[in-house]
Design a protein around this ligand. Structure first.
Ligand code: SF4
Length: 215
């Protein structure tokens, strides 16, 4: 699709999705600080936000700051995060991330992409979530599995590579909407454009989506 028409199309898509999902334009992960958001986002890989939100209140109450984690053994986190997939690896990453935050960043979560990417368990998606939701900084677009599904169906991208999709969406989306496009594609992906099944007859993009079954 030519760039100009892709820019027009994303504009129309975002207008419609903003009307439909206006209450879902921020992360649904509960958090009270940038550190809590970082931990919640690391924990959310391969899990739903609802599962993470059930686990984190006790965790954050017991261990609120990065320095509370640095002397922990991995297994001390299991009673709090053991219900979540890959909890062993996530526990290891959170403890090691806390050590780096305390040692290299004066106990403050860093607010640049390059610095965030030095933390274990943090890829571009997690970094983008933290940067945009905790610091209001937009270096890129947080691409999760919902975004991959939705972008492929709407733009016929035919790739599972999150970085490629992020780059393509950044090229056609105004920067002020980089955060919104992520939240809105996630909302659409959870509601009607799920990986397993499309509910095109209920989708507000039915008439402009090349993958629609309902035309
Ligand atoms: S029309 Fe169907 S395939 Fe296209 S975005 Fe909506 S649910 Fe997904």
């Amino acid at each position: 699709m030519a760039r100009k028409s892709a820019e027009k199309k994303i504009g129309l898509i975002l207008r419609r999705l903003k009307r439909k999902y206006k209450g879902e334009m921020q992360t649904s992960l509960s958090h009270g600080s940038s550190w809590e958001l970082l931990v919640a986002t690391i924990l959310s890989a391969q899990c739903t936000d609802a599962q993470v939100d059930r686990a984190t209140p006790r965790l954050f109450k017991r261990f609120p700051r990065p320095r509370d984690y640095i002397r922990l053994r991995q297994s001390q986190l299991y009673p709090y995060v053991g219900s979540l997939g890959f909890y062993r690896n996530k526990s290891k990453n959170i403890i090691n991330a806390a050590k780096i935050v305390v040692k290299n960043f004066h106990s403050k979560v860093p607010d640049t992409m390059d610095e965030l990417l030095t933390l274990p368990g943090v890829g571009r998606k997690t970094a983008n979530v933290v940067l945009s939701n905790a610091f209001g900084k937009h270096y890129g677009i947080a691409i999760d599995t919902h975004c991959i599904t939705v972008a492929n169906r709407l733009f016929l991208y035919n790739t599972e590579n999150a970085e490629k999709i992020e780059r393509r969406l950044m090229e056609i989306t105004p920067k002020r909407d980089w955060r919104n496009v992520s939240h809105l594609f996630i909302a659409l992906g959870r509601d009607v454009c799920t990986a397993r099944r499309k509910y095109c007859e209920r989708c507000v993009l039915m008439d402009i989506c090349p993958s629609s079954d309902a035309k």
